[in-house]
Design a protein around this ligand. Structure first.
Ligand SMILES: NC(=O)n1nc(-c2ccco2)nc1N
Length: 323
């Protein structure tokens, strides 16, 4: 029979794979009771052999000692803010400025993405292991919320694949779905606790908990949308290839993102997402377009704190929805 260490590793890898299928791919491999059965087996083995517990074990997602406060962390690469376009004309101006600066005559490729209205978060992985989670803060420094991001099931504790990079920092948005928000407020009401005004506030309040056992009770999801640091393997040469590499590492990328050739395709994407906005299960406040080629992103650089190579295209403010 396999050694306790081998049994524990087998259970850990199997549970992490099932969790990836369920929370990242929305494609469960086994019914919940099967997952729970193996989870309890792993817990039993780990309690007999605590020295064999590893930080990427699914049993280690919820901490048990609340923090006194949050440490500050300095972002190695500033978490930038985006300039805005408020109408089609301003978007055409953006595209024209980009092509002029690049001295490119024809249309160029952009990646178009829904602009999720949650909280921007940075995740750092060393040799494939999640070592730090941080809020955006003021863009230069944020709060260390590692214990809280570890409770979010769509955030892998270990990157998938045999040769994880030495260092990888991914950024994305933590959101709460409308369904999760409604269930949470119902539970809060039943427990005579405060309810939240909207999913974004609920997500912010959940991430700022000093007790990660509370965060673990909150329906939070993570969508990755950019790569900030990568060491130990070559950078992809396009943003679309970065998103594919993030998917390969086991991170969740929004299924609506789309490679678009030229500004007319961007406008078609904008109007398509706007038309479907009410059917999406999470809040968005616009779409984001990013020049796909990374060499062109570098050439374009930033103006003050916003990139010249990306812009947000905002929707009209949504009238308050009565739930
Ligand atoms: N909020 C959101 O969904 N964002 N935000 C960015 C972003 C911000 C800075 C660079 O990229 N991208 C997406 N999809």
């Amino acid at each position: 029979t396999p050694s306790p260490a081998e049994q524990i590793k087998q259970l850990r890898d199997q549970l992490n794979d099932w969790s990836y299928r369920y929370y990242v791919l929305d494609d469960p491999a086994v019914p919940d009771p099967e997952y729970d059965r193996l989870f309890r087996q792993l817990q039993a083995l780990e309690s007999e052999h605590p020295d064999l517990i590893s930080p990427d074990s699914p049993t280690q997602r919820v901490g048990d000692v609340p923090l006194e406060g949050f440490n500050e962390v300095r972002h190695a690469v500033p978490m930038l803010s985006l300039g805005n376009a408020f109408n089609d004309e301003e978007l055409r101006d953006f595209d024209q400025r980009v092509r002029e600066r690049l001295d490119v005559s024809g249309s160029i490729d952009y990646v178009a993405e829904p602009k999720l209205d949650g909280l921007a978060v940075s995740l750092v992985y060393e040799n494939g292991e999640l070592v730090r989670g941080a809020t955006r803060g003021d863009g230069e420094t944020g709060e260390d919320i590692t214990a809280n991001v570890r409770t979010i099931k769509s955030i892998p504790l270990r990157l998938r694949g045999d040769e994880p990079p030495a260092l990888m920092e991914v950024r994305g948005e933590v959101v709460m779905t409308h369904r999760g928000f409604a269930d949470l407020n119902r539970r809060q009401q039943e427990a005579e606790q405060k309810t939240f005004a909207n999913p974004r506030n609920a997500a912010a309040g959940s991430l700022r908990q000093l007790d990660s056992r509370i965060t673990a009770q909150r329906p939070l999801e993570f969508y990755a949308y950019s790569l900030a640091q990568l060491e130990g393997e070559n950078w992809p040469d396009r943003h679309s290839a970065i998103l594919e590499r993030l998917r390969q590492w086991g991170l969740r990328v929004n299924p609506e993102v789309k490679l678009c050739d030229g500004v007319d395709a961007l406008l078609a994407f904008y109007h398509d997402i706007l038309a479907r906005r009410d059917q999406l299960d999470y809040d968005i406040d616009g779409v984001v377009y990013k020049v796909d080629r990374l060499d062109w992103q570098r050439d374009l650089g930033f103006v003050s704190r916003a990139p010249r190579w990306a812009i947000a295209h905002k929707f009209p403010a949504q009238e308050e929805i009565t739930v």
